[in-house]
Design a protein around this ligand. Structure first.
Ligand SMILES: CSC[C@H]1O[C@H](OP(=O)(O)O)[C@H](O)[C@@H]1O
Length: 345
């Protein structure tokens, strides 16, 4: 079994939530130990843990920690609601975060007291983590059948074990296809400014012994023009009901390039990433992150002092540019509205 898909960036151990600090990768594999909901929200905001499914799972454990800390007070439900708001404010774009928090509030609503709620929320978070891994493996198997049987596969950001409970979404499809013997050459975008590709996807693929090459984001067009890329596959942070997809900044540009070069563009994501209450992508809130992430690299200033920065962390790819959305419940092709609704809308 490949090593990296055994990596668990999120684990419950000795009555605490332990998170692999992804800011330290690939140099250091260091886990942070968290027991307060405010620390969990800060870890999500500061990208100790990142990736839509991973931050949803983390928030689910954050709610369990919040319930454990409340024990004994009369207004425990109000206190849990306040913790829910703290977590939801951590990052706005990935629907998985708010979805998991709302699920935990629903779970608590079924409990008569905070002790019962505390136990129920921890059980649900642990099951969400286990189910995510099973779903990713199913998604991987389905996706490996959809992508071309051979050729260059380009991916963006990190969508592997580090972005999920384990195994991965788009990177899970790549893992499954390689394991099934597909003759694929993998291309990983470095993904400025946070370098999820250069630091995290490279770390995972090297651990798994999957050959790949890393490229600067601006090289994708050249590689497509030279005929080196036969498919693009990416993850998602929020998919609108019509299939418009919010994902890491740079994804939309890849989709336009793929369309121009007649290269199929695929999205891989669990059904929990579909926001059925969002009719189309222009309503998705795009997180704007700190300017320092652009001005600095590896802790070193790259620009003159005081340079103005725009740092949107995501963009939205119109459904018309997407060949298929690969989920754990099936592969949806256009028109996405009906197909996604049939999976769970
Ligand atoms: C498996 S979905 C991962 C998804 O999350 C990433 O964003 P971030 O690293 O900022 O959390 C990126 O959009 C990936 O596609």
């Amino acid at each position: 079994m490949p090593i990296a898909d055994q990596i668990r960036p999120i684990r419950w151990q000795n009555d605490a939530l332990e998170l692999l600090d992804q800011r330290q990768l690939p140099a250091q594999e260091h886990y942070l130990r968290l027991q307060e909901v405010e620390a969990v929200a800060a870890a999500i905001r500061d990208m100790v843990v990142r990736g839509a499914p991973a931050i949803g799972i983390t928030a689910a454990f954050g709610m369990a920690l919040a319930a454990r800390a409340i024990a004994g007070t009369a207004d425990w439900r109000e206190s849990l609601n306040r913790s829910a708001e703290v977590l939801k404010r951590a990052r706005p774009t990935a629907v998985n975060l708010a979805w998991a928090v709302q699920q935990q509030l629903h779970n608590a609503g079924l409990c008569d007291d905070v002790t019962t709620a505390s136990e129920a929320l921890l059980r649900w978070a642990q099951e969400l983590l286990a189910q995510d891994i099973r779903d990713n493996q199913r998604m991987g198997a389905l996706g490996a059948e959809v992508l071309p049987p051979e050729g260059g596969i380009l991916t963006h950001c990190n969508t592997g074990s580090l972005a999920t409970g384990g195994y991965g979404t788009a990177l899970g499809v790549i893992r499954a296809g390689i394991a099934a013997g597909r003759n694929w050459r993998i291309y990983a975008d470095e993904t400025r400014p946070w370098l999820q590709g250069a630091r995290l996807t490279a770390w995972e693929l090297q651990k798994d012994g999957i050959p790949f090459s890393l490229n600067v984001d601006g090289a994708a067009a050249h590689l497509m023009a030279r005929g080196e890329i036969q498919a693009v596959i990416v993850g998602a942070d929020r998919i609108a009901a019509n299939g418009d997809t919010a994902n890491k900044i740079g994804t939309y540009a890849l989709a336009v390039l793929a369309h121009y070069h007649d290269i199929p563009f695929f999205v891989a994501a669990p059904v929990s990433t579909v926001d059925f209450a969002m009719p189309h992508g222009n309503g998705i809130v795009i997180e704007e992150r700190p300017a320092e992430e652009v001005r600095q690299c590896g802790g070193r200033e790259l620009t003159p002092a005081g340079v103005a920065v725009r740092n949107p962390a995501f963009d939205v790819t119109p459904a018309a540019l997407i060949a298929a959305i690969i989920t754990e419940k099936g592969v949806v092709r256009p028109p996405f509205l009906e197909g996604l609704a049939a999976l769970g809308g």
